[in-house]
Write a protein that binds this ligand. Sequence first.
Ligand SMILES: *Cc1c(COP(=O)(O)O)cnc(C)c1O
Length: 230
Amino acid sequence: MSISENLKFIHQQIHAACQQANRPQSAVQLLAVSKTKPVSAIQEAIEAGQMAFGENYVQEGVEKIQYFRNENLEWHFIGPLQSNKTRLVAEHFDWMHTVEREKIAQRLNDQRPANLSPLNVLIQINISDENSKSGIKPEEMLDLANQIKDLPNLKLRGLMTIPAPCEEAEEQKLTLSAMQKLFEELKQALPNEQIDTLSMGMSDDMESAIACGSTMVRIGTAIFGARNYS
Ligand SMILES: *Cc1c(COP(=O)(O)O)cnc(C)c1O
């Protein structure tokens, strides 16, 4: 199938999952994860109407952003970020999904160019994966959120998570609902912030994530096909 057919199919799946969950389709945004894929693939997705793209590798992402600078696209950084690479994210991206330390938030804030709108940020939560070092513990969320909300060049928009792979549907549901609860807690704790984004759900768990309140699904393989490296 072509990229445009894949996109159409995913939009249908999002629509069906939203209907089942009694949510409007507009409640869930599709982020096309284009890491490792060439600009020709991104071009095809743009022609099919896709405007928001996610990248995991800073240098690769910046090259694509520059290549498409005349298109009105939205670029999301979704990979792990070392502190010596924050400047490139601050200068080029619109969203940053994987903030997990105050030091990174502070650097992104200090390096965000004054002529750009504040960088939209999500706090990455480690909700289920004891082996993964990515993301903070749920009980650490409010401290970091309060630090980020006082940084003028960042705009805290919500949470992101990559749940551990899990075969049991019930266990998967429990994990995703724990994120939904945490997201509600964050909204209640910061009623004056625009907390509206729960970045949750990939090719394999998209439907359950939508049932549990995801507002942004990050889909790579199902749009662009398999990757040669991850
Ligand atoms: C690669 C990646 C995705 C997309 O994964 P697929 O299985 O290809 O849909 C989503 N989120 C993050 C953080 C990723 O690194």
